[in-house]
Ligand binder design. Structure first.
Ligand code: ATP
Length: 330
């Protein structure tokens, strides 16, 4: 499924190579078609080295693409970046704050620098859940609080699109949860949040839509429900005393059956009730029947299997156009 409605970000055929020291070229982004719908949290997901940072840097005009086109709020970038840059807030790396100044004072300075209304400082501190700690010195902040202050700084210009590159890197579980809640809160107030991550579990709970990239290519996109749904409900774990016989009976239905010790993993059955019925007709009774929980992490691992750094790019053209996950078209 293509995302319908207005797009905050759209790229077509985006490509970037870097020159290595030995003169050869490292492909970072390879014909990337990325669509980020307006509103909600969009997870930009992929293993390390998949090209996420390079893509974000290209969108922000920090790196020049070799090929392809990019649009932000329907304006071609980098050509029209000056027209849209005010609508975009990004954290690509940790901004520099004065360690001995309070969070509020740091933000006041920044607000002055960019001509933002100083009254906004307390608003954005509340937005990221730091209102209570606004008077504390920056150097007393935890890593998660520092990261939220960085987000607050980007909110000073009231952007419509927020781009966060791996914002939870190095954070503990509490810090990760706080960033997640902050992103959710921003999206609930109408902002579009584009967040990159190589850890799916962190994004799964907060993202409305996701794009999965590997080796610089889009390999899947859609809503989290679509991506999970494209593979969900197909695997049912069956515990039975006679797995061998049961396996033959189930396979005769045209379902794929794998042995997992004393259990069977059944794929393609319309549901657990039908599995039970088919077996019972043959006088076989299940001890246990559990749908295997599919989460985005397992979808991601399956889609990106063998596509980490140092492996060959996929040759299946399906993988290059992101149609696999769309609308369950896997
Ligand atoms: N300045 C550079 N010079 C040379 N190669 C680079 C440069 N920046 C990135 N690369 C290479 O391009 C590829 C994509 O890197 P990129 O940082 O965009 O990926 P990523 O998905 O953001 O990964 P990570 O999560 O590790 O940051 C990698 O192979 C990386 O080594």
């Amino acid at each position: 499924m293509a995302f319908t409605g207005e797009l905050a970000v759209s790229t077509r055929g985006l490509r970037k190579t870097y020159r290595r020291r030995n003169g050869s070229r490292q492909v970072a982004v390879e014909g990337l078609d990325l669509d980020v719908p307006v509103g909600g949290v969009h997870g930009f997901l992929g293993p390390n080295g998949a090209g996420k940072t390079t893509t974000i840097r290209m969108l922000l005009g920090l790196v020049k693409p070799d090929q392809g086109t990019m649009r932000v709020f329907d304006q071609p970038v980098p050509e029209r970046l000056p027209d849209v840059v005010g609508r975009v807030g990004a954290i690509v790396e940790q901004p520099k704050f004065f360690p001995s100044f309070s969070a509020r004072r740091n933000l006041r300075l920044l607000a002055g620098g960019i001509g933002a209304d100083p009254k906004l400082v307390d608003v954005v501190l509340a937005d990221v859940g730091l209102a209570d700690r606004a008077r504390d010195r920056y150097k007393s902040y935890s890593l998660g609080m520092k990261q939220r202050l960085a987000i607050a700084a980007t909110l000073l210009k009231d952007p419509d699109l927020l781009i966060f590159d791996e914002p939870t890197n190095g954070l503990d579980p509490a810090g990760i949860r706080e960033i997640r809640e902050t992103m959710r809160g921003l999206a609930d107030r109408g902002k579009t949040v584009l967040v990159s991550s190589h850890i799916l579990a962190e994004v799964e709970q907060v993202a409305d839509t996701v794009s999965i990239v590997a080796r610089g290519r889009l390999i899947a996109h859609g809503t989290v429900a679509e991506l999970i749904g494209s593979q969900a409900a197909t695997t049912i774990r069956v515990g039975i005393e006679v797995p061998g016989t049961a396996s033959d009976v189930l396979a005769a239905q045209g379902w794929t059956v794998r042995r997992d010790g004393q259990h069977l993993l059944v794929e393609g059955a319309p549901g657990g009730a039908r599995v039970t019925e088919v077996l019972a007709r043959e006088g076989l009774y299940v001890d246990e029947l559990v749908p295997v929980r599919v989460d985005l992490e397992s979808v991601f691992l399956e889609l990106t299997a063998g596509q980490g750094p140092g492996t060959r790019p996929p040759e299946d053209p399906e993988h290059t156009h992101g149609r696999r996950a769309a609308g369950g078209a896997a």
